[in-house]
Design a protein around this ligand. Structure first.
Ligand SMILES: [Zn+2]
Length: 196
């Protein structure tokens, strides 16, 4: 929206302007559970997701609920990642559309975890379990890990000239080393000797 040439912030519906907390103490959750909604416009995770989604939009809904002495975390994450195509090498946006329903288990002892102190495991067809050592739960870390885990080993852009660009890059990459390959030289020699 522009007024006299000045860009005004676009007003969304009032509920989306609410700013939600990005960490909670699981012991303090409402009995009915609590919802957390984050977006680029309300800005809660702009900083913490910067290294993974850049300035792409994000729409995230989380729901936390106590179930006896464990906690259920469910919701959805819609965003994207800027990644290089593993074939032609050009940047592309990979959409992230994740839906999940997981369990958080607070353990007394420190788990044999990675550096984040956060481990997880999944039992056959059961929900994914996040093992944490504190009731202070970082929702921003949780979202960050979820998006990072959605990154595939390889991505392919679907540009029509992907293959062409890849082949051109291969030719210019390998042309000089191939020329000095002794087997190439031998092959050429045998061909010419047969012909003469
Ligand atoms: Zn490509």
């Amino acid at each position: 929206m522009t007024l006299y040439g000045i860009d005004l912030p676009v007003m969304r519906n009032p509920s989306s302007l609410t700013t939600y907390r990005t960490s909670v103490n699981l012991k303090d959750l409402d009995d009915d559970g609590e919802d957390f909604i984050y977006s680029r416009a309300s800005g809660e995770l702009n900083k913490s997701l910067e290294d993974i989604v850049g300035d792409l939009p994000y729409d995230i809904k989380l729901r936390l609920r106590a179930m006896g002495n464990v906690y259920e975390i469910s919701g959805e994450i819609h965003s994207g990642m800027n990644l290089p195509c593993s074939r032609c090498g050009r940047e592309m946006i990979l959409p992230v559309d994740e839906q999940f329903n997981e369990i958080i288990i607070v353990m007394d002892e420190r788990p044999r975890a990675g550096h984040s102190g956060h481990t997880g495991s999944q039992f056959d067809n059961g929900p994914y379990c996040n093992y944490v050592t504190s009731h202070d739960f970082s929702l921003s870390d949780f979202v960050h890990e979820h998006i990072a885990a959605a990154e595939p080993y390889q991505v392919h852009c679907s540009r029509p000239d992907c293959e062409e660009v890849y082949k051109k890059a291969q030719i210019s990459d390998t042309s000089s080393p191939k020329e000095s390959n002794p087997f190439e030289v031998l092959k050429n020699l045998s061909v010419t000797s047969k012909r003469s």
